[in-house]
Design a protein around this ligand. Structure first.
Ligand SMILES: *Cc1c(COP(=O)(O)O)cnc(C)c1O
Length: 430
């Protein structure tokens, strides 16, 4: 029998929402198996969540589904017709069991309904932003943002009739003042490069609520092991999986996590932009993630010890580390990072950039290379790498002082790392 309008109104009065709730029921995933290990801790999730042990052969561990396409069947034809392609195996740019498996592990770690893995962090960032914006939209972001993201926001948004304002990531008043009528997104990094400034996430989320904006956070420097951005009420969290998530400096990848509804909006953007993750890379990422908790514990502990050592060294001018009381947001760090801090340490050596170069040359263990989050310590100077496009004056203005060194502290024995720094510094000043 055809329902009358009144029937529907009656239904609304007894609590069933009607018009505003004409939405497709969404499940978490897409997934092969319900394996979130939701009630377990991060180390357990990292090992077990998402893993697809092949029921046909009994092979332990997710097989590498190295294929570009899949046999079509009734279910896939139906899904294509109804625009539900994300939940069926059709074509690897759309989805692949190797992606689903690692996406489930990431969702478990992020406390997310849904995640997508991308071929790079930048693919994740550009797809997520384009999906959340439309013609004429405005974004408020940070002056301390990752260079690739800065270039995308600054150079490319304009081509789509969109715009951006860059603010201090730590000054909520400045962020609020930058909000315009057409602002749609607040885009920030939880911990910035290279000065490890902390974006006050609670306040940022409150600002997003107040002005009806989506809050997107790049959590690459911290990972969901150190802090779960979605638990703070952030709409979407992104990671460059190239860094800590993979942790072995051997793949390029990115992730986006959030509600199924929002992530479903990013998925068609990925289909257009490209940049889905290759199945073999999915395998490497899933394998690496199994030790995420182990690695992060060591990164965090080593970094704190190294930062403390450096702070007490007479030849080191200043150390930037959220676990030190000298960090100008120490209180916020304690609250937001729950004592885990980070595996990154930045510091200024006496004698400026000349001595910073000498330090890099004298060190044996840390590799002089850009990037971060690998098991091996990586060291670089922001002035000629991440912030190289800025003039010396611009660098000074955002706090990139002479002699600044950025160290991604690896999982080597901390005593070895400290001895190496000690010999390298002693050699310079002897
Ligand atoms: C490296 C990095 C990116 C970009 O990731 P790719 O995997 O290199 O594309 C984005 N944000 C931050 C904070 C990064 O460190």
């Amino acid at each position: 029998m055809k329902k009358s309008y009144q029937d529907i109104e009656d239904k609304r009065q007894d609590g069933t929402v009607w018009f505003n709730d004409l939405k497709r029921k969404r499940e978490s995933g897409p997934k092969l198996l319900d394996k979130r290990y939701t009630s377990y801790g991060d180390a357990t999730k990292a090992v077990h969540a998402g893993q697809y042990d092949d029921p046909q052969t009994g092979a332990l561990g997710t097989p590498i589904y190295q294929c570009s396409t899949f046999f079509l069947n009734e279910a896939s034809y139906e899904a294509i017709e109804e625009g539900r392609g994300r939940d069926e195996m059709i074509y690897t740019r759309y989805g692949n069991p190797s992606q689903w498996s690692v996406q489930e592990k990431i969702s478990a770690l992020e406390n997310a309904e849904s995640s997508i893995v991308f071929g790079s962090g930048m693919a994740a960032i550009s797809s997520a932003l384009l999906a959340m914006l439309d013609k004429g939209s405005h974004v408020v972001s940070s002056r301390d943002i990752y260079g690739g993201t800065y270039n995308f926001l600054y150079e490319d948004l304009d081509k789509f009739g969109m715009s951006v304002t860059f603010t201090s990531p730590t000054d909520i008043d400045e962020i609020e003042a930058a909000i315009q009528e057409n602002t749609k997104v607040l885009y920030f990094e939880a911990l910035t490069n290279p000065l490890l400034k902390i974006t006050p996430i609670k306040e940022l989320v409150a600002l997003g609520k107040k002005h009806n904006l989506r809050v997107i956070i790049d959590n690459t420097f911290l990972t969901p092991y150190n802090v779960k951005m979605l638990d703070f009420g952030v709409d979407l969290v992104l990671n460059s999986a190239t860094k800590y998530l993979n942790g072995h400096s051997d793949i390029i990848g990115g992730t986006v996590s959030g509600s199924r509804k929002l992530v479903d909006r990013i998925w068609p953007q990925m289909l257009k932009n490209g940049g889905s993750m290759d199945p073999h890379v999915c395998f490497l990422l899933e394998r690496s993630l199994k030790t995420l908790a182990l690695r992060m514990k060591t990164h965090n502990a080593n970094a704190l010890e190294l930062a403390t050592y450096l702070e007490n060294h007479p030849k080191i001018k200043r150390v930037y580390y959220p676990g030190l009381e000298s960090h100008n947001q120490y209180k916020l760090a304690k609250e937001q990072l729950q004592g885990k801090n980070s595996g990154m340490v930045s510091f200024e050596i006496k004698g400026g950039d000349a001595n910073a170069h000498a330090l890099l040359n004298n060190l044996i263990l840390p590799k002089e290379a850009t990037s971060l989050g690998g098991v091996e310590s990586l060291i670089s100077l922001p002035y000629n790498t991440s912030q190289a496009s800025l003039t010396k004056e611009q660098q000074k203005a955002i706090g990139i002082n002479d002699g600044l060194v950025r160290l991604s502290v690896g999982v080597e024995d901390i005593t070895d790392l400290i001895s190496d720094l000690e010999q390298a510094i002693t050699t310079i000043f002897k």
